[in-house]
Design a protein around this ligand. Structure first.
Ligand code: COA
Length: 640
């Protein structure tokens, strides 16, 4: 299928020279850092942090030295922050991938008439994946352009080239993101998981690529083989659901045996994993489908029918529960959306080529992957299963469709929908907890060469003033004061967004300064051991906009034990929220948060209706220094 829907205007397929991620000015970042935390910590703690930060930033001090080193690094590398960020965000993290790291995209519920119907769907999906992969291998994907704020800039496409050829290998201290050459012949197979068994399906047989009817016939063979209980292998996928160090230790044990080594090697090189799930027995609603994508329901359900290290893992459930669960380190949700929307459109737009397919095929049967176990390995599997079960029991998830209005209403108020939703999330949090906390909103920096994301710190002082106006000071303030505070909050949020997407965010910069101090073997500067810095990196509210143009939604878990994960999908007439938290925390409850969010969104609408007049102050000003938005780095000589 041509990718016409996403084609850019004629002539926009050429490559673009993208600028390098800039290194923001040191003083700007330090000032923004202090502003971002002042209202979140006690006065005494703030004064202590302020003096640490001032000392760090003084002329000739540690900050200037590290800044100089970062600037040097930015000259000598394509992207000074990429590796620091990848390690910090993903590869150094030791928590289990399901829930804690891997996001999921939940497809619309499918109405399969029977088991064969679900296999036809899977065969069609795999055909779509192969079509999409062709666009990747021939570098025929049209260049994406930014939308929304500062629309029209070409975006880095590199993440698309990591969708199918990557693998996150567990390590004892740090994982490795393994990248196979795009289009490599080693990668001509997929792995199909069925009843916790793993099968290799070659996609090219006797130099001929499989047709959709061949794929269906191979899937049918897999299902038959999986049903054979005599040949059944232990559920080795469970090990990938464990903490990264635990899985790395287990893998070290496994690879002592050549059978295990070979099975692992085949999985690690596959294009993607397709999980054929049995019916889960759960009632099929948005929330339960999201849960099944994130953790498979644990080892008693589909949790072992997965291989969590593989970045693209498609789930096709016999009960119509379908989607994808992804290892996040090679790409962002936005790229995942582009790929899965292509697949959805492929599935609905191009008829299945199965026709009256014969089920008899001369193709060699797919191979079942074999494992050698020992009592020690059995013990490891049991321990992984128990830990996954704990995660499953702990996850508190609520998928909610707010139907009172959508982003069109917000646009009519002349406000940025994203900023408005962020403010509403802060209001909900304040309602539930009586305070604001360090908040993460992912901001794409794909305008830059190999750009990934930076953070928009949404808990601004202006937003604190607004949420107080809607709660503690509700009865004492006039509507006009409240709407003024709403506009201040929206403008502050929009300005922070623009700063972050233009490479002036503070989180990547502080991370770079911290990491380069270690590279040059400096003692860790106090600014990074200070309790305020540590706390400000504990994102109790972790949020992300993942909009879709076809019916599906994204979800992910919280990033700290007492936090919320909140993914939202603004649509013209409604807003979809996937909220997660942990039952183990007494401070959180997804249902309570959703209720507060609902109420706040209605109150914000009512406030806008009574007294809104645009008070937009959209000059891009960061602490009153608009000129500092310009990059301090040059452009990158390469293309995307
Ligand atoms: N008045 C009227 N309309 C406005 C407006 C205003 N003041 N401000 C914005 N709008 C419009 C925009 O033009 C846009 O219109 P469109 O729907 O026709 O495109 C729409 O509202 C959305 O803009 P906005 O809500 O401001 O957000 P955005 O699209 O610029 O998104 C971010 C902001 C931060 C989400 C985005 O820049 C980003 O980084 N996205 C990636 C996030 C990510 O990586 N997620 C995945 C993580 S795994």
């Amino acid at each position: 299928m041509p990718i016409a829907e996403r084609d850019p205007p004629k002539g926009r397929r050429e490559s673009y020279v993208l600028p390098k991620v800039p290194v923001p000015p040191l003083k700007q970042t330090l000032d923004m850092y202090l502003t971002s935390i002042k209202h979140l910590v006690k006065e005494e703690q703030y004064q202590k942090t302020k003096s640490i930060v001032e000392k760090f930033g003084e002329p000739g001090g540690t900050g200037e030295l590290l800044q100089e080193k970062l600037l040097e690094k930015s000259i000598n590398t394509h992207n000074w922050v990429y590796d620091y960020w990848l390690d910090d965000m993903y590869l150094n993290q030791r928590l289990a991938l399901p829930v804690n790291s891997n996001p999921a995209m939940v497809f619309p519920k499918q109405d399969f008439r029977d088991h064969k119907d679900s296999l036809k769907f899977a065969a069609h999906l795999i055909t779509g994946v192969l079509e999409y992969k062709k666009h990747i291998d021939t570098r025929a994907l049209p260049v994406d352009f930014s939308r929304g704020q500062l629309a029209g800039t070409p975006l880095c496409m590199k993440q698309y080239y990591r969708l199918f050829n990557t693998y996150r290998l567990p390590g004892l201290k740090r994982d490795t993101l393994v990248i196979h050459e795009t289009g490599s012949t080693e990668q001509e197979h997929i792995i199909v998981a069925c009843k916790n068994q793993f099968f290799v399906m070659d996609l090219v047989v006797k130099e001929k690529p499989l047709r959709e009817m061949d794929i269906l016939s191979q899937l049918e063979k897999i299902v038959k083989m999986a049903e054979n209980t005599e040949e059944r292998q232990p559920p080795f996928g469970l090990l990938t659901s464990d903490g990264r160090t635990e899985w790395a230790q287990a893998r070290d044990v496994l690879i002592k045996d050549s059978v295990n080594r070979e099975s692992l090697a085949v999985i690690e090189k596959c294009l993607c994993v397709v999980c054929l799930d049995d019916p889960s027995g759960m009632e099929v609603g948005d929330t339960s489908r999201a849960l099944l994508m994130l953790h498979g329901g644990g080892h008693e359900k589909m949790g072992a029918n997965r291989w969590y290290d593989k970045p693209m893992q498609f789930v096709v459930g016999e009960d119509g529960v379908c989607g994808t669960v992804c290892e996040h380190s090679p790409f962002e949700g936005i790229v995942l959306v582009a790929c899965t929307e292509y697949l959805m459109k492929f599935m609905t737009g191009s008829p299945s080529k199965i026709g009256r397919a014969t089920s008899v095929s001369e193709l060699p049967a797919p191979r079942r992957l074999l494992w050698k176990t020992t009592p020690h390995i059995q013990g490891l599997l049991k321990a992984s299963a128990e830990r996954l079960q704990r995660l499953v029991r702990d996850l508190d998830m609520d998928v909610h469709k707010f139907e009172v209005y959508g982003k069109e209403f917000i646009k009519k108020q002349k406000m940025s929908p994203d900023a408005y939703i962020q403010v509403s999330l802060q209001l909900a949090f304040y309602r539930c907890n009586g305070r604001l906390v360090s908040t993460y909103e992912s901001a794409s920096i794909r305008r830059f060469h190999e750009g990934r994301v930076d953070n928009i710190r949404s808990a601004t002082p202006e937003t604190l003033a607004f949420v107080k106006a809607m709660t503690d000071e509700k009865t004492s303030l006039s509507d006009s004061e409240k709407i003024k505070r709403l506009w201040d909050a929206i403008n502050a949020q929009t300005n922070s967004t623009i700063a972050a997407i233009t490479g002036m965010g503070i989180d990547n910069h502080l991370l770079g300064l911290r990491e380069i101090s270690q590279e040059i073997h400096m003692e860790m500067p106090e600014i990074f051991t200070d309790e305020t810095y540590v706390a400000s990196n504990q994102f109790i509210l972790s949020t992300s906009q993942v909009p879709t143009t076809v019916e599906m939604f994204c979800c992910y878990g919280p990033v700290v034990p007492n936090g919320y994960g909140c993914c939202y999908n603004p649509q013209a007439d409604h807003l979809l929220f996937s909220v997660t938290s942990f039952h183990g925390s007494t401070e959180t409850s997804s249902a309570v948060f959703i209720k507060a969010l609902d109420e706040g969104l209605v109150e914000m609408r009512d406030l806008c209706k009574t007294s809104n007049k645009p008070q937009s102050n959209m000059t891009v000003s960061i602490l009153g220094h608009p000129q500092e938005l310009h990059s301090t780095s040059d452009t990158c000589p390469g293309t995307w």
